[in-house]
Write a protein that binds this ligand. Structure first.
Ligand SMILES: Nc1ncnc2c1ncn2[C@@H]1O[C@H](COP(=O)(O)OP(=O)(O)OP(=O)(O)O)[C@@H](O)[C@H]1O
Ligand SMILES: [Mg+2]
Length: 383
């Protein structure tokens, strides 16, 4: 499989995963840009992009509105559009409640409930959960030919895959019914259970206060009708991840920890039967095979140019250049070994992107990365 196939052959969703700081946002934005240049209507759903990249894309503030990116500086096939959205997790959660509540009044009561406010802080802080939720909306509306999801840096790499089910597990029907329907008085066992739950209620009331318990019951009561809805959404997100319309691209840097996380993702993806589009090894130090001797190449010139400086200035500069060159060669050799390791576990395409001069923080830089990604010079690791 090539990156072109991943992005163009009927996929509606590409998900970039990988450890922190390796270039997930950069890769997601580059893939989105390239697909738009080919005439697709694309949304890049991003979370906390580097500030300068956000600015140069015109994403100056967080918000759940989709913004069209000005592509007048690049060549775009007719109909191509690039949209970007920077996920605001709290707004996503509130919107979700409004969408799923049976009526406006219930939604407002939930939003005003202190338990919801505390809980939503925790869940809204969970960007991976909200990303999966938002994804469900933007993909199912069919407004875009392609959605590219840039995932947040996950502390525990599994978080992202487990995220969609978290809320429905939290509202497990059994837990809710324990709070809402204390066991009936049926025989000794029933009264024992009732006794137990009464004691626990009293204890909870003592520890948290009765207002808290009232808020909690109220909250769970309001939520009980929405449980099914959350469960269905969870199933739909999982189905989408498993479908042929979705492809996962793992991004890593040629460093040991990042390659380890990429290996972990690779295993998880295949165990879950998610489609593995390929792997991008980003920020590779490219260094040709030629061994350069700065003394031979620059020694004479340096001496001439430094005639009015101290004797040792040119010599030490040339020596430092030599040391930097040797270090770069050693680093590149180490990276080659790590890339071989990536090759051993990845599936689909395997692409290297060199570490570019400076940062990649505008459309030009993204277009440059895109041209490397899509020039079809990738190694396929498909067996
Ligand atoms: N090939 C590259 N050459 C040079 N700089 C790069 C390259 N790829 C990414 N960068 C720079 O590295 C930084 C991190 O990239 P990016 O924000 O895409 O990573 P990320 O994986 O999304 O990070 P996070 O996990 O924090 O979200 C950015 O400043 C970006 O401009
Ligand atoms: Mg990022």
């Amino acid at each position: 499989m090539t990156p072109r196939q991943v992005v163009l052959d009927g996929r509606r969703l590409v998900v970039c995963v990988g450890s922190g700081g390796v270039g997930k946002t950069t890769s997601a934005a580059s893939m989105g840009l390239w697909a738009a240049m080919q005439g697709k209507k694309v949304l890049v759903l991003t979370i906390d992009p580097a500030r300068r990249l956000a600015n140069s894309l015109g994403l100056t503030e967080f918000g759940n509105d989709e913004r069209r990116i000005d592509l007048s500086d690049v060549d775009v096939v007719d109909g191509g559009q690039l949209w970007a959205m920077m996920l605001d997790t709290q707004t996503t959660f509130n919107e979700l409640i409004v969408q799923m509540a049976p009526n406006q009044e219930t939604a407002q009561r939930i939003l005003d409930n202190p338990i919801y406010q505390t809980m939503s802080d925790t869940f809204a802080g969970s960007q991976e959960y909200m990303a999966a939720e938002k994804l469900h909306d933007v993909v199912s509306t069919g407004r875009y030919d392609l959605v590219v999801l840039d995932t947040p840096p996950v502390k525990n790499a599994l978080d992202f895959f487990e995220a969609p089910g978290r809320l429905s597990r939290f509202f497990d029907r059994q837990v809710i019914s324990w709070f809402l329907n204390p066991p009936k008085r049926t025989g000794l066992l029933g009264s024992l259970k009732q006794g137990t739950s009464t004691v626990i209620w009293k204890m909870l009331g003592y520890v948290f206060g009765h207002d808290f318990l009232e808020d909690l019951s109220d909250f769970l009561l309001l939520f009980q009708d929405m449980y099914e809805g959350f469960r269905e959404r969870h199933q739909m997100v999982l189905k989408l991840f498993r479908s042929q319309e979705c492809s996962f691209v793992t991004v890593c840097a040629p460093t040991e920890p990042s390659v380890e996380v990429a290996g972990f993702f690779s295993k998880e993806l295949s165990q879950r039967s998610y489609s593995r589009g390929g792997t991008v090894v980003n920020q590779v130090h490219l260094c040709g095979d030629v061994v350069l001797d700065p003394q031979v190449l620059l020694g004479e010139q340096a001496k001439e140019l430094s005639q009015d400086l101290q004797d040792w200035t040119a010599a030490s500069l040339v020596a430092r250049l030599g040391a930097a060159h040797r270090r770069l060669r050693a680093l590149a050799a180490g990276e080659r070994l790590l890339i071989q390791k990536v090759q051993s576990f990845s599936s689909g395409f395997l692409l290297e992107i060199p570490r570019l001069e400076g940062e990649v923080n505008d459309l030009k830089g993204l277009a440059r990365i895109a041209s490397i990604l899509f020039d079809d010079a990738s190694v396929s690791t498909d067996s």
